[in-house]
Design a protein around this ligand. Structure first.
Ligand SMILES: *[C@@H]1O[C@H](CO)[C@@H](O)[C@H](O)[C@H]1NC(C)=O
Ligand SMILES: *[C@@H]1O[C@H](CO)[C@@H](O)[C@H](O)[C@H]1NC(C)=O
Ligand SMILES: *[C@@H]1O[C@H](CO)[C@@H](O)[C@H](O)[C@H]1NC(C)=O
Ligand SMILES: *[C@@H]1O[C@H](CO)[C@@H](O)[C@H](O)[C@H]1NC(C)=O
Ligand SMILES: *[C@@H]1O[C@H](CO)[C@@H](O)[C@H](O)[C@H]1NC(C)=O
Ligand SMILES: *[C@@H]1O[C@H](CO)[C@@H](O)[C@H](O)[C@H]1NC(C)=O
Length: 472
């Protein structure tokens, strides 16, 4: 089902012919009727199968749980597979297709890495950001919220895994610079350790809010509040609800990087909507959710179809592999918001529908989908992370099935049937990757060398690739 050389060549030829002649491409498109749940399910199944052709972790000799990588060994950083399993969990929740469940369970357990079980595998230290860890943590949290089949009793459980991510991150909250916040990277020798970025902080807020709602333990909610207040105070959440990318500790977080990625807005609005629900509709959180939704729709859904604005320009796409996966997080987040903050439902369903129409129009019959959703055609974009755009199209199709009884009941909690077992102390005794001892002069040479070879993840992109990008 994936790209064979022949199909690539054929597709290229047809695209070329199309460009030259202006005739409609004859590549068969994916057929789907978005009014029909059965049709959405069968289209999603084809796109899911296509996505999973990029996953090799189930083959002999391969590492369970990961997509090929990290660069230069393959296209994908470790975090993206965490996001992929989250997408697969949602796919099962919305469609009932359990084809990939076993592999998802095995992957989450394996990459949690015993005995710490906190999604901090030694292998991926060189690209381990708080956001990377959190994408796996959010997948575990989703699994708990939807009663995804639990791992065996002697294996780590989803709720405890999310708590381990929360506990390790809460212990990294640092007030010495910028009066609080999480840094981007976890190991202090990683490039980007000096960046306090929005994604690390909104992921933490997201997990904290969901743990509060799931366990009814208000300590988590207080952390979500604190993280919102800090992010707003330091200027990452703007009064007009634009969400910017972050700033550096050397400048006490005053050198704001204004680029607006959809992933930041998506993870934040999801967390805010959960807080709205947890607080039984507090006005403060309602205002925040409404403001974020308004700005999100205006900014990221021009003409109702999602566009990753900093890098998806009218005349060219310069989004990297990470960014090719962002649209799916927005669709999944908004579907959750519609459910837990019902006052948003009509607006959200409307935009999910128009945007998914665009997503579906980017797909070919074999489930290959494009990155651009607003050209009513497959864009031929396959060099920078096809798995990411497959995840996005899959998320768009799946979440359009939100109008089902089990979904309308909302994410489960410990008191409404959620069966995942927790451990409030999970992750609290683990050894951090490096002690936060001051770097001595003797260490600096070594540190510099380590930094040079370090592979930055989620985003070298989020942090540094802002230069020539048009932003409005
Ligand atoms: C770490 O890498 C080794 C060597 O490739 C592999 O055997 C092991 O399964 C990996 N562990 C994780 C958690 O990916
Ligand atoms: C650093 O930033 C924080 C948060 O904006 C602020 O509260 C604090 O006063 C600043 N410290 C310095 C030394 O400027
Ligand atoms: C609530 O969560 C906090 C933070 O993890 C933890 O310290 C506390 O023990 C929890 N309370 C209960 C009753 O589980
Ligand atoms: C956002 O709010 C503004 C001002 O209230 C309003 O004019 C606009 O229509 C809203 N946009 C959306 C997409 O809801
Ligand atoms: C919280 O979510 C549930 C599930 O969707 C919903 O029934 C309830 O109305 C929500 N609470 C508020 C205050 O909107
Ligand atoms: C979850 O519910 C079970 C059964 O009602 C209870 O024993 C357990 O303490 C609860 N756990 C949390 C974290 O509240």
């Amino acid at each position: 089902m994936g790209w064979t050389n022949t199909s690539v060549a054929a597709a290229l030829l047809l695209l070329l012919l199309n460009a030259v002649t202006g005739a409609n491409a004859q590549i068969p498109k994916l057929k789907v009727d978005l009014q029909s749940p059965a049709s959405i399910k069968s289209a999603a199944k084809v796109v899911a199968a296509n996505l999973m052709t990029y996953y090799r972790g189930d083959e002999p000799g391969q590492t369970p749980g990961i997509l090929p990588g990290p660069p230069p060994g393959g296209d994908y950083y470790w975090w993206q597979a965490g996001a992929m399993w989250g997408t697969i969990i949602d796919y099962w929740y919305y469609t009932g297709d359990d084809t990939y469940n076993k592999e998802a369970i095995r992957s989450i357990v394996f990459q949690a890495e015993a005995p710490q079980n906190a999604f901090m595998p030694v292998n991926w230290t060189a690209s381990l950001g708080n956001d990377d860890q959190a994408f796996w943590g959010m997948a575990a949290m989703s699994a708990a919220e939807v009663n995804f089949p639990n791992p065996a009793e002697d294996e780590p459980q989803y709720l405890a895994l999310a708590q381990a991510v929360f506990n390790t991150q809460a212990s990294r909250w640092e007030t010495q610079h910028c009066n609080g916040g999480l840094r981007w990277q976890i190991p202090q020798h990683n490039g980007g350790y000096n960046y306090k970025n929005t994604i690390a902080n909104v992921c933490f807020l997201n997990i904290a809010a969901r743990l509060a709602r799931y366990t009814s333990n208000d300590t988590y909610a207080q952390w979500a509040e604190r993280t919102w207040d800090w992010s707003e105070g330091v200027g990452y959440i703007k009064p007009d609800f634009n969400i910017i990318d972050g700033a550096h500790v050397e400048a006490n977080c005053t050198d704001l990087n204004p680029v607006q990625w959809s992933a930041n807005a998506a993870i934040l609005i999801h967390g805010a909507a959960i807080m709205y629900n947890y607080t039984k509709g507090e006005e403060r959180w309602k205002r925040r959710v409404a403001g974020l939704l308004n700005r999100t729709v205006e900014h990221f859904f021009p003409d109702g179809i999602m566009v990753e604005r900093p890098c998806e320009l009218e005349d060219r796409v310069q989004c990297n592999v990470d960014q090719h996966s962002f649209k799916g997080y927005m669709h999944r987040a908004l579907a959750n918001v519609a459910i837990v903050a019902p006052f948003t439902r009509n607006d959200i369903v409307k935009v999910l529908r128009t945007s998914t129409t665009g997503a579906a129009s980017s797909c070919l019959q074999d489930g290959t989908c494009g990155f651009r959703w607003n050209i009513n055609d497959y864009d031929g974009d396959r060099n920078r992370g096809p798995a990411g755009q497959q995840m996005s199209a899959l998320a768009a199709l799946s979440t359009l099935l939100l109008d089902q009884d089990h979904v309308n009941k909302g994410p489960l909690t410990n008191s409404t049937g959620g069966t995942s077992l927790g451990d409030p102390t999970a992750g609290s005794n683990i050894r951090e990757i490096e002690p936060l001892a001051p770097i001595t002069t003797g260490d600096r040479g070594g540190a510099a060398i380590v930094t040079v070879i370090v592979l930055v993840s989620f985003v070298g992109s989020l942090g540094w690739m802002v230069g020539p990008w048009a932003e409005s």
